[in-house]
Design a protein around this ligand. Structure first.
Ligand code: SF4
Ligand code: SF4
Length: 220
């Protein structure tokens, strides 16, 4: 999932400067799990903005702000509330905020769209309220060779052929609070009887796969 945090409230207020009426948009997926863009957070944001003298014309928590069909359907249903607002404040990821702007225009709604969240990383929910980055979306997964532990993301230096030689007692030389990813990889490969993979030289990755913007069309 995408890990998100709310922008500082002062930054949000500044983005809404000169605007009186606002329509709020949240998202049931990552933004709700991160407790920054679900029903509760929209209500909280409404109360705070109303104290500043803003009028909230309405709001919607989209099932997925990044899905064009869903955004267009909900915006058609809420068109009058959205039309009544000066702008939309989006409590969803950066992709969701852009999808909201693009798809609002597709249903003939032209409004300013303000992002209310910072998009941090793709992560795993390790326990309630705790999120850890596990994958950097490199486009060429090497987990098969590394005991299902990502060296690109979890090794501080992103080493494909580790360890770097600086780890001590299983901790990373750059950050003693963190486990050395290559120590974890070694132990995991040993556990599953695949230690020979430590001797394999992993070729440099094809970083052209990281060229942005990336897209994928199914069926080709
Ligand atoms: S190698 Fe790491 S960053 Fe790349 S796809 Fe696999 S888990 Fe993600
Ligand atoms: S100590 Fe381990 S995690 Fe840290 S940079 Fe070296 S190999 Fe990577």
């Amino acid at each position: 999932m995408i890990i998100l945090e709310q922008k500082p409230y002062e930054e949000i207020l500044k983005s809404l400067e000169g605007e009186e009426k606002v329509f709020l948009v949240g998202c049931t997926l990552c933004a709700t799990t991160c407790r920054v863009g679900g029903e509760d957070e929209l209500k909280e944001m409404q109360e705070k903005l109303e104290k500043e003298g803003k009028k909230i014309t309405g709001g919607v928590v989209l099932e997925a702000a990044c899905q064009a069909i869903e955004v267009k359907k909900k915006f058609r249903e809420k068109k009058s509330e959205i039309e009544d607002a000066d702008s939309l404040l989006v409590l969803a990821c950066g992709g969701g905020a852009q999808s909201v702007r693009e798809n609002a225009e597709r249903v003939k709604i032209k409004k300013l769209v303000h992002p209310g969240l910072n998009t941090l990383f793709q992560g795993e929910v390790t326990r309630g309220g705790h999120f850890e980055e596990r994958c950097s979306l490199c486009g060429e997964c090497v987990l098969e060779q590394t005991g299902t532990i990502c060296p690109i993301t979890r090794c501080t230096k992103g080493l494909l052929n580790g360890p770097c030689g600086g780890s001590s007692k299983g901790k990373c030389e750059v950050d003693q609070e963190r486990d050395c990813a290559w120590d974890l990889i070694y132990k995991r490969l040993e556990e599953i009887g695949q230690l020979d993979k430590m001797k394999e030289i992993r070729e440099a990755k094809n970083y052209s796969k990281l060229m942005k913007p990336r897209s994928l069309v199914l069926g080709r």
